[in-house]
Structures are given as structure tokens and as C-alpha cells.
Design a protein. Sequence first.
Lengths: 529, 315
Amino acid sequence: MLAPSRWRLISVVAALIFGVLFTLPNLLPAGMRDSLPAFLPRQTLNLGLDLQGGSYLKLSVDTRALRAEKITNLIEDVRTTLRAEDIAFTDLGQVGAEVTVRITDPARANEALNLLRNRLGGAIANGGSGLELSAQPDQRIRMGYSEQALNAEASRAVDQSIEIIRRRIDALGTREPAIQRQGLDQIVVQAPGESDPERLKSIIGQTAKLTFQMVDDSVSVAEAVQGRVPPGSVVLPSQDEGPLLLKKRAVVTGEMLTEASQGFDGQSGQPVVNFRFNGQGAARFGEVTASNIGKRFAIVLDGKIISAPVIQSAIMGGSGQISGNFTAESANDLAVLLRAGALPAPLKVEQQNTVGAELGADAVRAGAISLAIGAVAMFVFIVMAYGMFGVFAALALVLNVLLMIGAMSMTQATLTFPGIAGMILTLAVAVDANVLIYERVRDEAHAGRSPLQALEHGYERALVSIFDANITSAISAVIMFMFGAGAVRGFAWTLLIGVITSVFTAVVVTQLLIGWWYRSKKPKTLPIV
Amino acid sequence: MRWPLITNLPREFNFDFVRLAPMAAVLSAILIAISVGSFAFRGMNFGIDFVGGALIEVETAKPLDIAGLRRVMTEAGGEDAQVQSLGQGNGAILRFRVPDDADLNASTQVVKGALQKAFPGIEIRRAETVGGKVSGELARSGAIALTVAMFLMLLYIWFRFQLQFGLGAIVAVLHDVILTLGALSLVQLEVSMTSIAALLTVIGYSMNEKVITFDRLRENLRKYKTTPLRDIINRSENERLSRTLITGSTAIIALSGALFFGGPVLLPLVFTMVFGVIIGTYSSIYVALPIILLWGVRRDDEEAVPLKPANARQG
């Protein structure tokens, strides 16, 4: 076992080169790192937010709002569909999670059901909406979305949200944000480094649903507020004045915008958002403004009226501006939001961590200093206990640390505080492996074996224990990585890397070193006996 | 003293480990009773990772006014307001909760504003808010991960040793977890995600101890087929004692740096780990082995072949 072995030497040298190459970027200043030749690795350890500071936001997609909106849209769709075919109906409204409508003329009830089914229904598998319709007694039709359809919608909403959040954050220029899906309806955003978490949150948290709606002046606002809202209209609050009564139907929506940028109003000098519609939007907007001169329309953002100007003349060019008490920054943020598009559903902030980079640095420094002190004390102890063999074990440990840091840098896994705990555990287990080997060697030597035989048998026997112990660790690391979240996962990943590197260094590396030592010294007795 | 120091350790130990087992059982029972009592009466000092709430770390311009900080938080709507001095400079960690129906993020903003108004020049270095729903999820996924991991470790040990070894290991590890949590409860160290990481190292270290213990026992069971189990356990533990002492001291020496110089952030983590090293070593000898001793082992067990067939020669 101690005989010279080429593959063992090659593997140790390869590991050493790997460890040094991948650990090195962490020790170099940033400027030098950038000037490294391209073939050398230059990734540094990916420190978690708890170590380097930054913002962590966990958001959940408001699926309830998503469902509510689907029902609202469904009611509108039913209304327009039936009206277009001149089918009279009453009692259109929401009952629980479903929508019911009563067809006035019993003779047309069946026709209405088929009409609605063809226009609005269809199995999801065939690209339909998943709407289920059924005829009820008293000429009623009941409609509801299947659970499957709603879940598919929620899942799609999460994917869309991630994409939109990414576009928004990129526009802010934040450094390498990590945006991940978690579970069914959650999104985790991690933005390292110094960033204003409140601004980040306001950028992410806004739905940014922009609509242009006509003001409904058929009833006065005061009457509407008292409950006499005409069907198809709605009262919305406004930013600068009292609430206004608006037509529910949006003339133009934010999706029809092609451009949005922050600018200043030519006359007042106030910050505004300039925008441009696409062809369809421009045509519709031109049409509606031409036929409504003298009336007011409202620009609505997330259910709140930003401004409600009077239409002076037809607006044909397809461009315009939104004014309304902006600062340059808030106008710019709104432009960013409009460019990135609206979120399909509101996002709720579930968890928010802001770690000042300074605290992160403090924690890193304290951790590094104390780990270094601990490591030095451990080296001293192990060398005092085992002499030359202790030096071999210490060298193996140094290589182990290099390999772990190198592997963490290479895989760009995030190193968090719990991850450091995982590293400490693997170092302790690595030391244990060497202690097990050396104690076995001592046993064998005391039983009367020659130094060479004692070394050979010691390694062989200790290996059984070392493998059993490390396989048990590896099993738990894999499981914790698969099922755990957050701290548990970070811990598991370093543990898994550590199990592999520590078995390699504690067994293979010390074997190589002791082999060299044995062949050059040809000792009569072992120093640890 | 001879060099290296290991050569000063006596070769043969003849300590009757098993004789102390009944006393250890009583000790363990008392410690578990204390732990459970502490859970019941003192409870755990759960951080916001678990109960939800807000945490703000501040540094004030003037010397800390703990009562003042608490009053400002309470007046701004924070419930259960706590102030913990960091012990260095004028730093402090503030914690509070909000009523279930209130918006935590909005409330945190209100409290921050109130602090900045009441203490000009206050520096807010860190702010965390955790909603109750998220906390529940973290705890649940962590519990599932641990349960599955323990079960698979049990299966592996069963496969490599015998069923009673696996059960002994699991019971001993649970014993360690209960005592570690009991210690955290007694000294009221805050339980955060970091303590969970520490607890995982305790479990990892303890499991490693168990396997190493069993491995020597299995080897001796094969070597001495007629010796009573009790004597084999004593023999195995004595043979292994020098390794137990050295590994344990090395682990504690390695952690001592962080224990003394790690600062308040590292302290809970390191405290838990040191405690775990001690308790993990103890429970291998006095929880896992006694269970095996009481249960008994199959002595004709030759099926469980080790990875490298151990050539059973008298050592």
C-alpha cells in the first residue's frame, strides 16, 4: 500500500494544482485577478448575503388576486359575448369561486351555453382556458375554472414574474442579482453588495399595470360612491384629487407601449414619463380620443389614477406623456417598470433581509481570524501529538482546505455562515481519519509487526471505519441538500464537498507522504510507537 | 516527557466502561428531564427566523439608551420589543413583532423612521423581516430533511452492521439533539438558522462517533466469538480510547479560536458545536452501546462483509 504508485502521485499533484489554481483568485486583489490570463480560473468564492451584505427578498405571487382577476374578466367576457349575440340575461355575477348567469329566454338557454362554451371554454390540453360550464335549472349557466387550470395559470404567472423582475432589476444596474423560483408560488431575489433595499422592493413589488380608461360621467361621482355604480364602471381613487368614476374597459393597456423614458415637461419643467404606443395602441388611442374630444380619460397605474387629463384634440401620433407629481427618480422608476412590463399578479413580500455590507465584513473577519487561530492551535496540537506524522496530517489538512475553497469557487456555490460550520465539521472528521489511521498503526506496531507491515495494516484496517463514517455523512448531506432549504442546504453542500476532499487528503495524501518518508529513512521503529 | 507526546499515552487501558453504564443512564435521564423541563418552563429563545418579526441592528451616535430604544419601538407599534447590546461600541440588536394582521414591512419602516427621529445619527446596519408563513416553511422543510436523513442513516447502519446498531445510533443522536436544545434553552441562546447549522454539525459529529464505535465493536465481535458482549464492549472502548481522546481534544482545540475570538455572532454556533463534541462522544459510549448491550447481538453474523475483508488476526 505504501509502494510507489504513479496514479497516486498524479492524483495528488493534480489535486494540488486544482486547489491552488481555484483558490488563488480569492487571495489576489481584484485588479490582479482581472489581468490573469484567460485560461486561468478567476471566480472567487461566492459569499452568501450573510457574509458580504446585500438584500434578500422572498416574494409570493398573490394567487388569490390572480383568481379574483380571472373571475372579474370572465364576468366581463360573458357580458360582452351574450350582448354581441343579443341574448338577454340577468343575475350575472360571482357565486363563491364560480360565475353564474340566468338566460331570460328559456328557448335560448342552450344556445347561450354552447356559445359560451365555444368562445370561452376548451380543455387546457388543446390550448383552451380550462373553463368548465354546466347548465343548471331555471335557465342558469354555471362556469368555473378547474383547479388544474388555475394552478397552471399560477405557475405561468410565477415564470412571467421572474422574467419581468429580471428585466426591471437589470435596468437598475444592480450587480448580479440571483432570481430563483422557490416552491409553487414563491420567488427569491438576492442582490449582493450595496443596494438600496427599499428601492429594490418598490421596483419589484409594484405590479405596474397601466391602463388608459375613459371617465364615466353618466352618473356623478358622489352618487356612484353611495353605491349606484353603473354596470361596467368602477370608482377608483386618484393621486391628486378625489375618486373618479371610470369605465371598466381599458382603451389602451401598458402592453401596447413600445417605449417609456423619463423626461421633463416642456412648459412646467416637471419630470414626466414619455411613452410611445405600438401600431395597434396608437390606432385605438387615436380613434378614441378623436370621438371623445372635451371628455376626460384617466391614466391608471395599479388601480390608482395618476392623472385624468381632458382630451383637447385627437392624439394621433401614438406618443404622449404622463405627468403627475413625479420626482426625477420616481419618473425614471415608472419608466423602467413600464418598459419591463406589468407583473401578471401582485407580489407580496414574505421575507426581507438587509445585511449591511459592513456587518458582513465584520462577520467574515471575525470568522476568518478565529478559524485561523483554531487551525494553528490544531496544527500545533497534532504535531506535538504525532511528531513527523502530525506534520503529514497537517499538510493533508492544508490541501483539504485548498480543495474545499477551490471546489466552492469552481462550482460557484454560495458560501454562507452555515457552510462554514459544514467546513469545520469536515475538518474535524478529516483529523479523525488521520487519528484513526495512526492509532491503528500504533496498535499493529505494538502487536509486533515491522514498521512497514504496521503502516500497511493500519491504513487497511482504518479504511473500513473511515469509509463507513464518511458514507453515512455523505448520505445525510445528499438528503439535506435535496430536502432542506436555506441554512440546511448551504451546510449540506459544503459537507458533501468536504467528505470527498477529506477522505482523499486524509488517506491518499498522507499515504504518499508517509511512503516517501519511509523509503528515504528506512526506520527501524515508527516515531509514534 | 517523550517526543512525540502520543508515546506517553499508556498502551493498554483497562477501564470498566460498562460498570458505569447504569449511572450514566441515570445521568442521561436526569439531563433529559432537565432539558424537557426547560422546554416546558423556559421555552426556546427563537429568533425571527422561526417566529417571524423584525430585527434591526443599529449603532447609535451616543452611548446606548436601552430603555429609550425599547420605548421608541413600542410607541411606534412594535410588540415584544427587545434590545440586546452587542457589547462593542454602541451597537445593539433590536427585535420586535407586530400583530398578526399588520403589515410587517410597513411597520418596520415606521419603527425605523421613529428611531431615526428619536436618535439622530443612528446608523441602521441591518434590517431583517421574516413573515410567519416563511418561518413555518423553513422549519418544516428542515424537519423533513432531518427525518429522511436519519432514516436513511439507520438503513445504512442496518445494512453494514445490524438493526440494533442503527437503532442505538438513532436513539443516541436524538439524545444529543434533545440535550443540545436543552442547553440552548437553559442559557437562552437565540435559536436562529445559524443554530440549526450548529445542530447539524452536532448530529454529523455524533453520527461519525457512532460509526467509528460500532466499527471497532463489529471487528472484535468477529475476532472473539465466545467472549461475553459486555467484555467485548469494554475491550473495544479501551482499544479505541486514545483515538477518542485525541480526536475529541483536536476538535475542541480547533473550535477554541472561535469560542474566544469569534465575537457575539459566532458564539452561539461555536458554543453549540463544543457542547455537541462532548455530548456526542459521551452518547456513543453510554447511550448507543448500552442499547446494543441490552438488546444483544447476533454472534454468527458473517454476512455483513466489510468493504475490505478484515483478516481476523489477534492484534
